[in-house]
Design a protein around this ligand. Structure first.
Ligand code: PEP
Ligand code: MG
Length: 591
């Protein structure tokens, strides 16, 4: 048999590194359904949803059956009899309804559990004909689930024992977060942009990822051998032996590069002419802490707390959150941990909350808007953060502030929480700094006013870019328009930094932009005080800062601000970077 031809697919680089191995196509596997708790009054709704899904599935099967009957004759039409039998099986249906009522869990979750039981029974039956019906039961089950679920097609990934590369049309950030498993060696998806939270999560998990491949799921089949090149955004399907050899070498080279700047981990991030900045880490999951410490972070510039709320049936309690925040604060002490309050919405949703989806989730009830609308949830988190502040150095940061009104409302709630803690005699840091993320253009334009009422600023360029350039950060179709070096972005960043400095507050940046040398050089020149990023990039950026003078960086930024396109800015910065700090780049980026 001929070897299939090598195919190279080009996508959006999301997390660096190289992985080589067998593909595991998520969408074609069985569903794994996350548990979702429901309220007593939602029981009839769930039962009705289940019944509707059965009707819809029945209709689908009948129409396929008819079509097959017309095309191939009655013999084939009967293939689906077993499917319809499952759909009419009163015992199964009754069991699902009974369990929804009793366990108060979503229809899809209960059904998936009952289905699993049925599949097991069928696969153990002695009668060969009936045993072969297992795949029918599975198939019909999947159809029903598909009709019940509009998203979160999760799979039993924690049971994976061989090394696999996950290939999916889409992965939500919570799907990705649930894949913390050493046997998952890379992710690739058809959709998504480089600052989508799925990409950010892949980086935190330390696995290479390529997103926005458009139609990878059409070209790749289960168990196909593929190579994922996360830095270049390439996926090679059926690589030839020559390509494999090349990538084995490349992988070795990248591993050797990983520790190349370890020697500067305890040295300050100081330019050759004595200008100091801080290099901080972004934290998504506690598993990153050892790496953050190993790489000499000066603190945590962004702790994304929303992952703590995902992939669970209920909301985290105050106590649970307190323990988690305390653990991080103690591990990072004496350095600071910037805990960002819940940034729910956008591309991050929580299965335990039944919130109707906005038409444009990134513009909808997201982050601080959600917290102000749900003070019960917000207060619980604030209490936990304040209590943890007695155990380390913590600062609080609100996401998505679009104007002074929201900041003031959030602070009123914070004051209420503080005063009840005081009354209860529970200790917390009375001087806890409270800052905001500047990531909405209106906040950037009002930065002078906001700076008077904020303890610090952290610029969230992942969002600031999408909102300023009107380019969805998670949409692969417009990924080429998502330009961090766009002069409009540089101008906004400049004015935010200046407004912050005028009020003598510290200005950091925690978007992905701070981790790319060509952009970090510009940010340094614009006067940024703090660079917060994935721990994997910290030492490279510190090396860059230690290799250049502040004066050179300022001159570069000044020139860049007068250019008219992002491409011109990037070209200019890259050519200066090659002159000033070529050793910071990997050798193939150097020409
Ligand atoms: C940002 O928007 O730049 C940011 C750091 O926050 P997130 O990526 O979580 O939206
Ligand atoms: Mg953001």
């Amino acid at each position: 048999m001929n070897n299939p031809e090598e195919i190279v697919l080009k996508g959006v680089p999301a997390a660096p590194g190289i992985a080589m191995g067998a593909a595991f196509i998520l969408d074609k596997q069985e569903f794994i359904v996350p548990p979702r708790a429901i309220m007593e009054n939602e029981v009839p709704i769930e039962i009705a949803r289940f019944e509707e899904a059965l009707i819809k599935t029945r209709e689908e099967i009948s129409s396929i059956q008819k079509k097959i009957g017309v095309d191939l004759g009655d013999q084939h039409e009967r293939i689906f009899d077993a499917h319809l039998l499952v759909l009419e099986d009163r015992t199964l249906i009754e069991e699902v309804i009974k369990r929804i009522k009793k366990e108060k869990l979503s229809a899809e979750y209960v059904f998936s559990k009952v289905l699993q039981k049925y599949v097991k029974v069928f696969s153990n039956i002695e009668d060969e004909y009936l045993r072969e019906r297992t795949s029918d039961v599975n198939d019909i089950g999947r159809r029903i689930l598909k009709n019940l679920m509009d998203e979160s097609k999760l799979h039993e990934l924690e049971n994976i024992t061989e090394q696999l590369i996950i290939v999916a049309h889409d992965l939500s950030p919570s799907d990705t977060a649930s894949m913390y498993n050493k046997n998952i060696i890379a992710f690739i998806t058809d959709i998504g942009g480089r600052t989508s939270h799925t990409a950010i999560m892949a980086k935190s998990l330390g696995v290479p990822a390529v997103v926005g491949l458009k139609d990878a799921t059409l070209h790749i089949f289960n168990q196909d051998y593929i190579i994922v090149d996360g830095r270049m955004g390439l996926v090679i399907v059926h690589p030839t032996q020559e390509t494999r050899d090349l990538y084995v070498k490349e992988k070795g080279r990248i591993i050797a590069l990983q520790d190349r700047f370890d020697d500067i981990k305890d040295l300050p991030a100081e330019t050759t002419d004595g200008h100091r900045v801080s290099i901080m880490a972004n934290l998504e999951i506690p598993e990153e802490i050892p790496m953050i410490l190993k790489r000499g972070a000066q603190g945590i510039g962004l702790y994304r707390t929303e992952y703590f709320y995902m992939n669970r049936v209920d909301l985290p309690s105050e106590e649970e959150q307190f323990e988690a925040y305390k653990l991080v604060a103690e591990a990072i002490a004496p350095n600071v941990v910037t805990i960002r309050s819940l940034d729910l919405g956008g591309d991050k949703f929580i299965s335990s909350l039944q919130i109707p989806r906005d038409m444009s989730p990134f513009l909808g009830c997201r982050a601080i808007r959600f917290c102000l609308a749900r003070p019960d949830i917000f207060k619980t988190q604030l209490r936990a953060i304040l209590r943890a502040s007695a155990h380390g150095k913590i600062q609080l940061m609100y996401p998505m502030i679009s104007g002074v009104g929201e900041l003031q409302q959030a602070n009123i709630i914070l004051e209420e929480v503080k005063s009840s803690l005081r009354k209860e005699g529970i200790p917390f840091d009375e001087d806890i700094p409270v800052g905001i993320m500047v990531e909405v253009p209106s906040a950037a334009l009002m930065a002078d006013v906001l700076a008077k009422q904020s303890g610090f600023f952290s610029i969230g360029t992942n969002d600031l870019i999408q909102y300023t350039l009107a380019v969805d950060r998670g949409n692969e179709k417009t990924a080429h328009l998502y330009e961090p070096a766009h002069p409009a972005i540089l101008r906004l960043i400049k004015s935010i930094i200046e407004a912050g400095h005028k009020e003598k507050i510290h200005v950091g940046l925690c978007g992905e932009m701070s981790s790319e040398p060509v952009l970090a050089l510009l940010l340094l020149g614009l006067g940024l005080d703090e660079f917060s990023m994935s721990p994997m990039n910290m030492l490279q950026i510190k090396k860059l800062i230690r290799s250049v003078s502040f004066k050179d960086a300022q001159e570069l930024a000044h020139k860049a601000l007068s250019l008219s396109t992002g491409e011109e800015v990037e070209d200019l910065s890259m050519s200066r970077l090659r002159e000033l700090a070529p050793h910071v780049l990997a050798s193939d980026e150097n020409h």
